[in-house]
Design a protein around this ligand. Structure first.
Ligand SMILES: C[S@@+](CC[C@H](N)C(=O)[O-])C[C@H]1O[C@@H](n2cnc3c(N)ncnc32)[C@H](O)[C@@H]1O
Length: 295
């Protein structure tokens, strides 16, 4: 089974941590930076609501609307135990807890995101339904058969070892368990991506695979498709609207923190490049539900 050698694995983790949570020159952590930004916007950083934090906890195209659409596509009926793979700052984990009553464990290799996810869940009163672990998706410290659903939004495109990760999902899911995916895949245009994009400043953290390869990897890992949709058009429309807003926005007094506090000052360029890559057919967006064939 393909896996990462230990030194390659730690390179992968180092590169992702550097991409997502590069310390600024002053050494301030992401957690301190975001807490300070909420305080500066007149909010108590320990008492926040899900609307306040939507600018920093939805690191995927389509925001909360896309997560709700995926939950509907996957027919979540409430109360499932969910593993949120590559959970980032934990936005989907909290949405599934707050709106579907799910008990969610989020796992992410970017340590600074895991710290932020724990803080945001405590600040929004969702700490009892959401738990966060700092680990590689290929080796999650949870017992076999501990979740009914694996949820993954915009994270596989950062992973060089997808077959290893899918094998881990098989281990963690109960028989008949489901995988709900909302992923960035390579499009038919083979030209190089315009960089930076939100998941990669250079090709080092970019591991896009095309839809056929991802579907084949899922089949080989023992997952059957229940419903798969290409949602590129909706994603592009959402990105265009956001790029317009981001380019028009100057500094606004008391404004709530947004993704530029995570990604840095090149976030507007990342969004514009993602829009261009979508328009040029270099990337596409997929949403789908698979079920393990183990009964
Ligand atoms: C674009 S962010 C998406 C975060 C979140 N899913 C969301 O939609 O808000 C991709 C996330 O995947 C995480 N990630 C990438 N490779 C990973 C791996 N091998 N194991 C765990 N997390 C990983 C990154 O650290 C990052 O938080």
């Amino acid at each position: 089974m393909p896996s990462l050698k230990p030194d390659t694995a730690s390179d992968h983790i180092r590169q992702l941590n550097a991409h997502y949570a590069a310390e600024k020159a002053d050494g301030e952590t992401l957690l301190a930076r975001l807490r300070g930004a909420f305080a500066a916007a007149g909010r108590d950083p320990d008492r926040l609501n899900l609307d306040d934090i939507a600018g920093i906890d939805q690191l995927h195209l389509g925001g909360r609307r896309a997560s709700r659409a995926l939950a509907e596509l996957g027919a979540l009926n409430g109360g499932e135990r969910v593993l949120d793979v590559g959970c980032g700052t934990g936005g989907a984990s909290r949405l599934l807890a707050a709106e579907y009553g799910c008990e969610v464990t989020g796992v992410d290799v970017t340590a600074a995101f895991v710290d932020v996810a724990g803080w945001l869940s405590a600040a929004t009163g969702l700490a009892s339904l959401t738990h966060f672990l700092c680990a590689d998706a290929g080796q999650v410290p949870l017992p076999a058969g501990s979740v009914e659903v694996v949820w993954c939004q915009h994270a596989l495109m950062n992973m060089p070892h997808v077959p290893r990760v899918l094998a881990e999902w098989q281990r963690l899911l109960v028989p008949g368990g489901r995988v709900l995916l909302h992923e960035v895949v390579a499009g038919d245009n083979p030209e190089p991506l315009t960089l930076p994009v939100p998941w990669a400043r250079t090709s080092v953290t970019n591991h896009l695979r095309d839809r056929r390869r991802l579907e084949r990897d899922l089949a080989l890992a023992g997952f059957e498709p229940l419903r798969v949709e290409d949602v590129t058009e909706e994603a592009l429309a959402w990105r265009q609207a956001h790029s317009q807003r981001e380019q028009a926005a100057g500094p606004v007094a008391n404004s709530l923190p947004g993704p530029n506090l995570i990604f840095g000052s090149d976030f507007v360029q990342m969004g514009r490049n993602l829009q261009d890559n979508l328009t040029a057919g270099k990337v596409r967006i997929l949403a789908g539900v698979w079920r393990t064939t183990r009964r």
